[in-house]
Design a protein around this ligand. Structure first.
Ligand SMILES: Nc1nc2c(c(=O)[nH]1)N[C@H]1C(S)=C(S)[C@@H](COP(=O)(O)O)O[C@H]1N2
Ligand SMILES: [Mo]
Length: 396
């Protein structure tokens, strides 16, 4: 995939933002080889694809701060950023409710504002590690499809209370305003969460309708003007460019809930039907520094990275360990930065390495009983890779 941005891609990527607000002149873009890696939307990411935009940060950058700056926050989009006229924008709430709602952003902002810090991670994070066994399709993510942000918006539970949820409600559907080309036609990205999760209120709502990320309006890449954020669930449940909420007695029929985002051995109808949608993410982690294949002298080496505890309420990191001998013995890592529910934990360790050390390994456990296993069975879509993280190094 070329990193050359043509004008069409620029327009689509900008998603309605004034192009004049960019930091460098369009005219020179693509002419100066040094600018080839500059992203028109200001992202500092390794783009796996540019149309649509799918990029992840360098790991060493990623773990520099507990809150991930927007420019280093991964982007996963199935279609170009939709161009949304915010004056025309309406969020509709319909289905099994007493009073269907149509809210503009002003009306939505009459609801009590809530702020949470939560980590978002793609179910396909670390997908490329499955390729060792057999190549998996999809965006070729390494371990950077994760980020931690301060989200500000409105509790889904408050909006649903306003609409009045009926007795037989079981799922809440979300629908985006993007247009994804599928063999069956053009569809929006969508999904659903169980009503029990949707109705969780309080300090850490089960789901939020978010208009701000790290204190600023969402950027087009992250769902401007409105998205959901569902703490504890895979990123796919946090629908960007949110336009519609449907309360139902059934899970969403949208492709991205009904079919995609399942653990299957084969992409055949039996496997799809037998397997349920992924909601919660399991514990996961990665070593961010040193660089892969780093040459280090025998002695001690400083290691750092992240661990995300499993997405259950109250789950915290319990143990983070590094092995320099292929998993025979383990040395503890120290947590750094903040610890918070539904957030990653940054960590560091100083470990002894010898010329026999071929790789550093990370494993971790959490208070919900989650652990990173030595191996994860291959699955056709390459989801939820959370085996011991292996970082090859050469000790001289
Ligand atoms: N409307 C819409 N919402 C979406 C997506 C999308 O393509 N369209 N991608 C999903 C996936 S798979 C992930 S991992 C997250 C990524 O959010 P981010 O791009 O803000 O990091 O958004 C989710 N919400
Ligand atoms: Mo994702």
């Amino acid at each position: 995939m070329s990193l050359d941005w043509n004008r069409r891609e620029l327009m689509l990527a900008a998603g309605g933002l004034a192009i004049t607000g960019l930091e460098f002149p369009l005219a020179t873009y693509g002419q100066d080889p040094a600018s080839q890696s500059l992203d028109p939307l200001g992202k500092d990411l390794i783009f796996r694809t540019t149309d649509p935009r799918n990029g992840e940060p360098e790991l060493a950058q990623l773990v520099k701060s507990w809150i991930t700056p927007v420019k280093h926050f991964y982007v996963r989009s199935h279609a170009p950023n939709p161009v949304i006229d915010i004056k025309q924008f309406r969020l509709t709430v319909e289905g099994k409710v007493r009073k269907p709602l149509t809210l503009d952003l002003n009306q939505l902002s009459q609801m009590p504002r809530q702020q949470v810090t939560a980590t978002l991670t793609c179910a396909g994070n670390r997908r490329t590690e499955f390729n060792e066994e057999s190549k998996v399709g999809g965006v070729q993510w390494e371990a950077g499809a994760i980020g931690n942000a301060r989200w500000s918006g409105f509790a889904l539970a408050d909006v649903l209370h306003q609409a009045g949820v009926l007795e037989d409600a079981k799922h809440v559907w979300f629908e985006g305003l993007d247009q994804i080309q599928r063999p069956q036609g053009v569809i929006p990205f969508g999904g659903s969460i169980p009503i029990e999760k949707a109705m969780v209120g309080g300090e850490m709502p089960g789901a939020l309708l978010v208009d701000q990320m790290n204190g600023s309006a969402l950027t087009p890449d992250h769902g401007y003007p409105l998205r959901t954020v569902v703490p504890g669930y895979i990123g796919a449940r946090s629908v960007k460019w949110l336009g519609k909420i449907v309360v139902s007695d059934q899970p969403s029929p949208n492709h991205y809930l009904a079919t995609a985002y399942k653990i299957v051995k084969k992409t055949d109808p039996i496997d799809w039907t037998e397997s349920g949608p992924i909601y919660r993410y399991p514990i996961n982690g990665a070593i961010a520094t040193p660089q892969p294949q780093a040459r280090v002298p025998a002695g001690v080496v400083d290691v750092s990275g992240y661990v995300l505890p499993s997405g259950r309420p109250g789950s915290r990191v319990q143990r983070i360990q590094i092995s320099t001998d292929g998993g025979s013995t383990w040395q503890p890592a120290k947590t750094t930065g903040q610890s918070s529910e539904f957030c990653w934990q940054l960590w560091k360790a100083r470990v002894k390495v010898t010329p026999g050390t071929k790789a550093l390994y990370l494993r971790a456990t959490d208070t919900a009983g989650g652990f990173m296993p030595a191996r994860v069975p291959w699955n056709a879509k390459g989801y939820l890779q959370n085996r011991w993280y292996r970082l090859p190094i050469s000790v001289t």
